[in-house]
Design a protein around this ligand. Structure first.
Ligand code: KKD
Ligand code: ZN
Length: 315
């Protein structure tokens, strides 16, 4: 790193993986990855090794989110260092395999970039998910993608929360990046969602190719939504939900939610208001996969991140 010129020189990003089917019922990513496994012409770039990969084939075969446990929570140090044994949950075995193939997580042998393709039932549009506010390579890539797709837009969700952060499949890579596109029901393919995902990935790969070719990217800023809090549904003493997302909140991902705004509608017709002091930006509103995670939506706050100029390190 050179601080005098304020250009950060980063390692080349030669090995890139594209994961689909981390969740077996999120059809756009699964379909794109299967398509690219058959014919990779569209994703090939000069000087790059690009591996399209189905992360959870058994879940894909059954068209279910997971077999035993959520793969996208399974990349914990405990799981990854556990001895191989019969009878481990399918996704724990799979996490260990993926870590051997694309990692080891945290080591210099790990893949440079893993894109993990997800779909949501929420009305989030296209969303890039980052796990670190200081990963200059990812920040510059996100900035590049946002510029390239304009006038279409893409939100950036930053999940760096000490308690709410989870051990994702992509976290095996040096630069983990999630791509979440919705709304798309589980088990369903929607052409608009499929095409948005495909376009964003194309620009992402173009960025990596340019970076590796020695192009310098000037300093930039990126608007992000930082994860703040998990909001659960109101529940009775048995743990069953007693209310739904309020119609005024449903589908309003990324729109401001202010103190006093409707949040839930109980089955007997009562409105429950948001009582937090600050304006927040909800996302993952009414995501199907999150009922079991006790999450009706997630609140975020807006933030602007600044990134240094970057270029490939000269050897
Ligand atoms: C709907 C869904 O699966 N969302 C992803 C988000 C992510 O990849 O961080 C998950 O919960 O694992
Ligand atoms: Zn998913």
């Amino acid at each position: 790193m050179s601080s005098r010129t304020n250009i950060s020189c980063l390692q080349e990003a030669k090995r890139v993986a594209i994961f689909g089917g981390t969740h077996g019922n999120e059809m756009s990513g699964i379909t794109l990855v299967n398509m690219w496994i058959q014919n990779s012409a569209e994703i090939e770039r000069n000087g790059l090794v690009i591996k399209p990969f189905i992360s959870s084939p058994r879940a894909v075969e059954k068209c279910t989110r997971y077999i035993d446990t959520d793969l996208n929570r399974a990349f914990t140090p405990e799981n990854l260092s556990s001895p191989d044994a019969e009878g481990l949950p399918y996704e724990v075995q799979r996490a260990k395999e993926i870590n051997r193939m694309f990692g080891p997580k945290g080591s210099s042998d790990a893949y440079d970039v893993i894109f993990d393709l997800h779909n949501t039932t929420s009305n989030m549009g296209s969303t890039l998910i980052l796990e670190s506010s200081t990963d200059l390579f990812n920040l510059q890539m996100v900035h590049y993608i946002k510029k390239a797709i304009a006038p279409h837009t893409c939100s950036v969700l930053l999940n760096e929360h000490p308690q709410l952060k989870y051990s994702t499949t992509r976290s095996v890579a040096k630069h983990p990046i999630g791509l979440e596109v919705g709304p798309q029901p589980q088990g369903v393919l929607r052409s608009n969602v499929f095409e948005s995902m495909r376009t964003i990935l194309k620009h992402a790969l173009d960025f990596i190719e340019l970076f590796n070719s020695g192009v310098e990217f000037p300093p930039c800023t990126v608007d992000v939504f930082r994860v703040q809090e998990r909001m659960d549904y109101p529940r009775d003493t048995n743990g069953n939900i007693t209310a739904m997302v309020h119609p005024h909140l449903q589908d309003c991902d990324w729109e401001p939610l202010n103190r006093g705004d409707p949040m839930f509608l109980t089955f007997d017709g009562r409105t429950i208001l948001y009582e937090g002091a600050n304006t927040v930006y909800p996302t993952f509103i009414n995501e199907a996969a999150y009922y079991e995670k006790q999450q009706a939506f997630m609140t975020t706050c807006r933030e602007i991140l600044a990134a240094n100029a970057i270029r490939k390190a000269c050897k």
